[in-house]
Design a protein around this ligand. Structure first.
Ligand SMILES: [Cu+2]
Length: 693
């Protein structure tokens, strides 16, 4: 990030409180920690994704305290933060949201940032400030694509990189490049990454299907002068035949175009403006017979074509007066979704799963912050209005009993009032106090909201189109849902000593009208779900919940070149109206790494441990998982300025383990039985080379 950009970003947006607090002492600490490729303090946690030998950028989240990812396939990682995931944790790319095209989040937002062309993933720690994103009840993740830099020297020049990585498990091949033609004020960049892989192996057998094919390109032009920086981009995501074994179907293709504009303008040292505009369009087909063992009878073959498109906009300004910084702005998000399910062996079969669904959000916020002396605080309010609607639906070509029940559900849905609106107000207060150059303490208080998703409202036929829950249950939506509202408190400490730096944060969150599945009492839905899956349908409903926990990042310097570092996280989520646990939360986990950095060489060895998770949800039959520990080692070697060589051994001792968030196998007649939690990849050796020019 250039200096001018930092100043502008500092005045605006997500980093209000953080930037205000970043005095010289903090700066030193942050710079120091960046060397380790991982930056943490109470306000933000950042990981340099380019240096991580991963295929899904969502996997980088596991290196950040309190963050994790639900994995439904190798490219389908859904961000999780402090026990919340999916639509509760909005993900932006360079501040711009993405409309997912898959009703099961097969194209989760982080699948749009291929790791070798992604500079960083940033998680806002604690309660997300109102300026960062609407509906950020569970947090906010921003990913920064690596679109090259303006030149510091006069004149035009060419810069960039080409790189390749290979991992033996699944013969995972990645190639990436960045070509930037730029001057001090103009920059044209083309970036791209291609990923290919076969099925991966685990100590319990192969995961089928887990193959991967994804191409991602982005072409951008940027201009800057003393006061203004503007960037326009056009991007393409082309995913084909990629397995998602934790879901009922696999990706046959995802074809997405993304366009956007970002503008930062500093009118004066005390007034700046920012705009982020994006449009994207997704065409997606998935099926249950192309990549995986097909159903036993052709009557059960399913192909699902879905589309998602829409625009995202954020306009904001920051105004400094005396010791106060006022940030204010508006957000808009306008999305359309369609989904049609067919059977290639039965031309009469057609289900309009989602028809002409719209979900539009308009939102406005204002925040004020100040940092006088040792104390700093920020207070913000946000108002959001969500309007949603859905067209009429139908189903045809189903067998007699099923067709009758489906027809009854469609009639009921078509007769109901589907035009809905939700109005919500968020409020967040953050206070921090610098007790000494080494010790800072903070407290956040907030109440955040989220209106129901389109799946939670409009899933009229019991299906597994649930935004990637992957619990194997058929759900129906609920037109009577209310918005979720949280009340949360988080307290934090940042200690930065000579040798030890540690930043624990504890939080408690009560969620009123938390949306999750409950046993459906809709007779035709239960009959249908019973015929399709053998289990009754679940219906989205408002329940009561609480989530609490503690997480921290730490490092301990042994010598100038040698340090220990790691994370630890504990989260507990439960219903408060009945006795049950929340679904798909990670167990207690932590990591300890030994890192050696000297000149051109960086070595890292780590132990990652996850405890057993027996606090599982009963309502959808979630299964417990056992604890495990694995060892990873990596090395990076910089040859001159131009060449970086990378080596990595993951799961060095080929330990058999089951990641609680990896989902359950839904594919018949493969090595891992249906209904068994997917096993983690066995020992994987990877090499990479990146040439910068
Ligand atoms: Cu899909």
């Amino acid at each position: 990030m250039s200096t001018s950009r930092t100043a502008i970003v500092g005045l605006l947006g997500a980093c209000v409180c953080h930037a205000a607090l970043a005095d010289d002492e903090d700066r030193t600490v942050i710079d120091e920690i960046v060397v380790a490729g991982q930056e943490f303090n109470t306000a933000l946690t950042t990981i340099a994704v380019e240096d991580e030998m991963i295929v899904d950028s969502a996997d980088a989240l596991r290196r950040l305290p309190g963050a994790d990812r639900n994995r439904n396939g190798r490219l389908t990682g859904i961000a999780q933060y402090r026990g919340m995931f999916g639509d509760r944790v909005p993900v932006t790319i360079d501040g711009i949201g993405v409309i997912s095209g898959g009703p099961n989040a097969m194209d989760a937002p982080l699948s749009y940032v291929s790791p070798m062309i992604t500079k960083a993933v940033v998680v806002e720690r604690g309660i997300t400030g109102v300026a960062s994103a609407p509906e950020s009840i569970g947090g906010h993740v921003d990913a920064e694509l690596s679109r090259g830099e303006f030149r510091e020297a006069p004149g035009f020049g060419i810069g960039g990189m080409v790189g390749a990585r290979y991992a033996d498990n699944g013969a995972t091949r990645t190639t990436a490049g960045r070509f930037t033609l730029g001057s001090q004020s103009h920059r044209v960049s083309l970036i791209g990454q291609l990923d290919r892989a076969n099925d991966v192996s685990t100590p319990a057998g192969k995961i089928s299907p887990s193959r991967v094919s994804r191409d991602r390109y982005d072409l951008s032009y940027a201009y800057r002068n003393d006061r203004t920086e503007v960037e326009v981009f056009a991007g393409e995501l082309d995913t084909t035949d990629t397995g998602t074994p934790a879901l009922a179907m696999d990706i046959r293709y995802i074809d997405s175009q993304l366009f956007g504009l970002s503008l930062d303008h500093e009118q004066s040292p005390n007034l700046s403006f920012r705009a982020r505009l994006g449009y994207n369009d997704v065409d997606h087909v998935m099926d249950n017979f192309g990549l995986r063992t097909p159903p036993p009878t052709p009557a059960r073959f399913r192909q699902n074509r879905t589309g998602g498109s829409g625009s995202n906009a954020t306009l904001s300004m920051a105004w400094r007066r005396g010791d106060y910084l006022v940030t204010t702005g508006v957000d808009g998000r306008f999305a359309e979704h369609d989904s049609v399910i067919t059977n290639p062996d039965n031309a009469a079969f057609e289900i309009q799963n989602f028809n002409d669904v719209e979900r539009d959000l308009v939102s406005a916020f204002a925040a004020v912050s100040t940092d006088v002396g040792a104390a700093s605080w920020e207070a913000g309010l946000r108002y959001s209005r969500v309007e949603s609607d859905a067209g009429e639906v139908s189903a045809s070509g189903m067998m007699a009993m099923m067709g009758m029940n489906a027809g009854e559900l469609a009639d009921r849905f078509n007769a109901a009032d589907r035009s809905l609106s939700f109005e919500n107000v968020d409020a967040v207060i953050k206070f921090a106090y610098q007790f000494s150059p080494r010790l800072r303490a903070g407290m956040d208080l907030g109440t955040k909201t989220r209106a129901p998703s389109y799946q939670e409202l409009y899933l009229w036929l019991p299906l597994q189109a649930t935004g990637g829950l992957a619990d194997g249950r058929n759900y129906i939506g609920n037109l009577d849902l209310d918005s979720e509202r949280s009340a949360e408190v988080a307290v934090s400490l940042d200690w930065t000593g000579e040798r030890l730096a540690v930043s624990p944060q504890a939080y408690y969150k009560r969620v009123d009208d938390y949306i999750q599945g409950v046993p459906a009492d809709v007779m035709p839905a239960n009959m249908l779900a019973g015929m399709m899956s053998g289990a009754q349908a679940l219906m989205f409903d408002n329940v009561e919940a609480e989530i609490y926990g503690v997480d921290l990042g730490w490092q301990y310097r042994l010598t100038p070149t040698l340090r220990l570092e790691g994370n630890a996280a504990y989260v507990r989520g439960r219903r408060t109206d009945i006795d049950d646990n929340l679904y798909r939360l990670p167990p207690l986990n932590g990591s300890v790494a030994l890192r050696y950095v000297r000149d051109v060489l960086s070595l890292r060895a780590e132990v990652v441990g996850y405890a057993a998770q027996d606090k599982v949800a009963a309502y959808n039959g979630e299964e417990a998982s056992s604890g495990y520990g694995i060892v990873n080692a990596s090395m990076a070697w910089q040859l001159g300025n131009a060449v970086r060589l990378e080596f990595q051994a993951s799961n060095l001792f080929d330990r058999g383990y089951q990641d609680h968030l990896a989902g359950v196998n839904r594919v018949r007649e493969v090595d891992i039985p249906v209904g068994e939690r997917l096993w983690g990849e066995g020992r994987t050796l990877a090499v990479g080379a990146i040439v910068s020019f």
